[in-house]
Design a protein around this ligand. Structure first.
Ligand code: B16
Ligand code: MG
Length: 252
């Protein structure tokens, strides 16, 4: 079998971005709002606990929070009211976001993709994604926006990314996903897309490659990495699930 990904996949022509943790850091605002809810309920919610919420839907996040607080037997209505309270606080925070909060070099990378004629979609679990894109002034980069309002199945289900490919009018195999959460990497794999993990290689070990962020990263660099077979892991993954993550980390 040839090891070149270009013999196995069509050339990539679309990028699908997760939002929180990839283009902006809204996890800190989620944390402030969830912590406030926990305090009202009488327990402390730590930053370490908050890590478990990344990429997870709002209601699933609430279930994790309640589990941390040892709170059981709440009805759907009560849970829904709590989630609404948390979201109201969260929206207060993100309403104040500015373009300065775009993560380093992410804007340059989006510009570069546009110039190269690469289609761009958002694939986020957040129901507030549209507002965040507007606040940081990057809505116009996106040819399709798939967010928590458009999907019924949360990551690791591939729905969000498959819908992104469909709205862009491309095949899933032509897409590269950028994701910071393990559930999102899994969703990309199930969608048969290539995936770039953004963050910790130990958490994102199933990604084809992992980058710490977009600093010193570029579309040309990505294409070059693909030619160097970094993305062959996408094929090898099924053969060798135990492949070390360390050899996939790209230090930009
Ligand atoms: P909302 P992403 C996710 O965004 C966050 O990572 C996750 O912490 C949050 O619970 C989820 O959105 C839902 O957000 O409450 O605004 O609908 O990483 O998928 O862009
Ligand atoms: Mg994320």
């Amino acid at each position: 079998m040839s090891s070149s990904p270009f013999t196995l996949y069509p050339s990539p022509c679309a990028c699908i971005f997760d939002l929180d943790g990839v283009l902006v850091d809204t996890a800190k605002y989620h944390y402030l709002a969830w912590k406030r809810l926990a305090e009202e309920l009488g327990f402390y919610f730590s930053k370490a606990d908050n890590e478990r919420l990344k990429g997870v839907s709002r209601m699933a996040s609430l279930d994790i929070l309640l589990e941390v607080g040892g709170i059981t037997n709440l009805g759907d209505r009560e849970k829904s009211t709590m989630a609404d309270r948390k979201n109201a606080w969260y929206v207060e925070y993100i309403a104040k976001m500015t373009p300065d909060e775009i993560l380093p070099n992410a804007l340059d990378f989006l510009h570069e993709l546009k110039t190269a004629g690469i289609k761009i979609a958002l694939g986020s679990a957040s129901k507030n994604a549209g507002m965040i894109l507007q606040r940081v002034n990057i809505t116009s980069f996106f040819d399709a926006v798939i967010d928590g309002n458009k999907i019924t199945n949360a990551k690791p289900d591939p729905e969000v990314f498959l819908l992104g490919a469909r709205e862009l009018g491309v095949q899933p195999t032509e897409c590269i996903v950028f994701e910071d959460a393990a559930a999102g990497i899994e969703a990309a794999i199930r969608a048969e897309m290539k995936c770039v993990g953004v963050g910790d290689p130990d958490i994102l070990r199933r990604a084809d490659i992992v980058i710490p962020g977009f600093q010193s990263f570029s579309w040309d660099k990505l294409l070059s990495l693909m030619k160097q077979d970094c993305f062959a892991a996408n094929v090898a993954r099924n053969d060798d699930e135990k492949q070390s993550s360390s050899n996939k980390q790209i230090n930009n």
